[in-house]
Design a protein. Sequence first.
Length: 445
Amino acid sequence: MEKFSYIGRPDGIGNRLEEIFKLECLCEQTNSQCEYIWVNRQAFRSYDFLFRADNVHLVAEQEPTYPVQDSLPKVVGTRSEYLKAARKIIPNFDISFATEVSPVGIHIRGTDRINDETEHPHFMRSYNELLLYMLNTVSLLNESRPEYVFIASESPALRNFFIDHLHESITVIDPVCAADVPEEYKDFFALTLCSEIWMVSKFSSFSIVASLLGDIPLNTFFTDGKVAQRYKAKFKYHKLCSDSEALKDDSDCGCNVQSSGIAPSMKLSLGLNTSMKSIGYTSVSLEGEPDIVDDAQELSKIPDESCERIIASHVLEHFDYSGRASQRVTKAIEILRVWHSKLVPGGMVYISVPDWEKLFAVMMNYKDNYWDIEDTPFIDPIGPIFGGMETAYNTHRMLFNFSCLKHCLEQADFTNVQPVENVALFTGFNGSARHWSSINVCAIK
């Protein structure tokens, strides 16, 4: 029997499992066995493997034992062959729904599937687009009114938003499994036990592969023949109400959720950065010529839950902080709570501030000549520490490192605080020059 090694994608659970069931299918067709090397590269997508397969043997990252299959060959199999391979993927833990209930499964996939800078057809362009998928799904569920639903989402805020709009007769239930099972695995294998799945996103391999493992229908608003051929799942296609007005009671497509006051209308850029207007951002500042003249720490002219994204590039350190460090942290939390209140559920904040750890490290490493830019590999650290100090608005009054900023965001009820490597998100700030001295993070409401 031929044996080969395959180096897996350092990606999400859905993409990895797609590789594994297709490799199972290949092994069945060719009477071979595969060593699948489980690779973790990114902190937010690092998992243990808590399942097993038959002809595909999972191992932690190591040197390959057998000749390496460089890429996943184009596995041409029938639907029945795909199902046979998928059924060989078994979790290493027990999971079930109480009293053998088979609920309708809902998978809400936002965050990393929203990207307005790519033309890839599987990405949503804005939070507004995700909201349409959510409201359309809610509407159709409120019409059919299943007795039980299970909701999987990486965002508690999106899950709660969805629940708030479900009909009161629909009961939300969770699976029974050990408390130490990671949420990703609990959600995935719980979806395989449902009677059907609603993919609340434009595309998600997580939803699709779960439907294939469970051999259950997958409801989607996105029609793509290549996706259908790629997975051979039981796709059920629905019409998407693409206009917010279509979400009113008199809609001809069956939607019965009022959109008034829900749909986000703005992406805010706080501070003097006005260059982002060309890509749809509304600037807010007390200086210069912004779109809205308002204090960024109060945002009194911005309605609550009206923004899908807020970007604050080198803004948070400038406010009127005073007192001891603990008092200044409290002030930062208060400001972040204001920003939190302006975001829709699932909305995101992007923040860049000077990082005192990096700046002080430069000062210590070059303490004998830190003022001499020509003799150091860095830009002058004085400005990022104190600000320009020409005006009250150009003076730094607070120091952050990642731990402090993460603490402030979490105390302001943000979740999933993550570093941002792509400084292009902070357009208008000289990221190429100052990236070395900054903390760049994002977080979700």
